[in-house]
Design a protein around this ligand. Structure first.
Ligand code: GUN
Length: 294
């Protein structure tokens, strides 16, 4: 079994981006500028956004954090989004999800300028991705594809079973894995809460992407020997013995599934750090596209 080391690969990608940023600076060019909008004080979101902003600083990007109170109205948030759309200094931005319940998430995501949508959540980008056109690919699926690519994992003609149909992970990764291409051309089964007899499907899988958010969901008796396992789950489990009061776990029974798998991502240290690296990559792409005039 080999660990798919997302921490190590994400550091490599960040270093590659940092080299490009240094070259931009040497040429006297503007460096990429990422903004993040966070509404409220959800613990996990605070951690993610903090991590995104810190990563920007480390690789030489400019970053702006717009932290708004929980009671922010939809109208006020839409105004912020419009300001970011109009601000020529901002190359890309994200609105951290989930948003408070009184705000219509879809309405906000629709208001983001697709050319600055480095999360790839706008329908224009999602549609382009599905049609193999240049777009912004959502960071988590983009990170999974990059991890498979950098470990040279053969996906050609393989059966990939995706667990979970979220707009952020399950749906887009099912599209990307089934596209034409070197790290693609898989035969994809997209499963979800209404799927009958999931175990029959996972037992046939050469590659499993689990994006469910249920700790210990995927067990050793559900997978075949030499399966490639990508664990996208990040769940905080309360634990008073830890200083933070919780520990992080994925969807996969890592210890036992790991004994059968050929490759497996750990949690933490697998898909999570790749998501941040690919958000930075998308921001660099946004900068380059804006410089080229589109
Ligand atoms: N919430 C969970 N994952 C993400 C992500 O990739 N982007 C944003 N904006 N919010 C999220």
């Amino acid at each position: 079994m080999e660990i798919l080391d997302g921490k190590k690969i994400s550091n490599q990608i960040k270093e590659e981006i940092a080299v490009e940023v240094r070259q931009m600076k040497e040429r006297g060019e503007k460096v990429p500028h990422l903004a993040a909008v966070l509404v409220g004080n959800d613990g996990a979101s605070l951690t993610y956004v903090g991590s995104k902003v810190r990563s920007c600083e480390k690789i030489g990007f400019q970053s702006t954090l717009i932290h708004l109170p929980e009671e922010t109205t939809e109208e006020a948030l839409l105004k912020q989004v419009e300001n970011l759309n109009q601000n020529p200094d901002i190359d890309g931005y994200i609105v951290q999800l989930p948003l408070p319940k009184h705000i219509d998430e879809q309405k906000v995501l629709m208001a983001v300028d697709p050319n600055k949508d480095v999360d790839g959540f706008h329908p224009a980008n999602f549609g382009k991705m599905a049609l193999d056109m240049e777009s912004f690919i959502p960071a988590t699926p983009f990170g999974i594809m990059e991890l498979l690519r950098r470990y040279d994992i053969d996906t050609q003609g393989k059966h990939a079973v995706v667990i979970g149909r979220s707009h952020i992970v399950g749906r887009p990764i099912s599209i990307l894995l089934s596209q034409k291409g070197k790290t693609a051309n898989a035969t994809v089964t997209l499963t979800h809460s209404r799927t009958h007899d999931l175990k029959t499907l996972t037992l046939q899988a050469d590659i499993i992407v689990s994006a469910l958010g249920v700790p210990n969901f995927l067990k050793a008796d559900m997978v075949k020997e030499d399966v490639v396992v990508i664990d996208v789950g990040i769940t905080r489990v309360p634990d008073d013995t830890r200083e933070r009061g919780y520990y992080i776990t994925g969807d996969v029974d890592f210890e036992n599934v790991g004994k059968k798998a050929s490759y497996i991502t750990p949690v933490p240290g697998g898909v999570g750090p790749m998501t941040i690296a690919m958000l930075l990559k998308n921001t660099l792409l946004a900068r380059e596209r804006h410089k080229a005039g589109n």
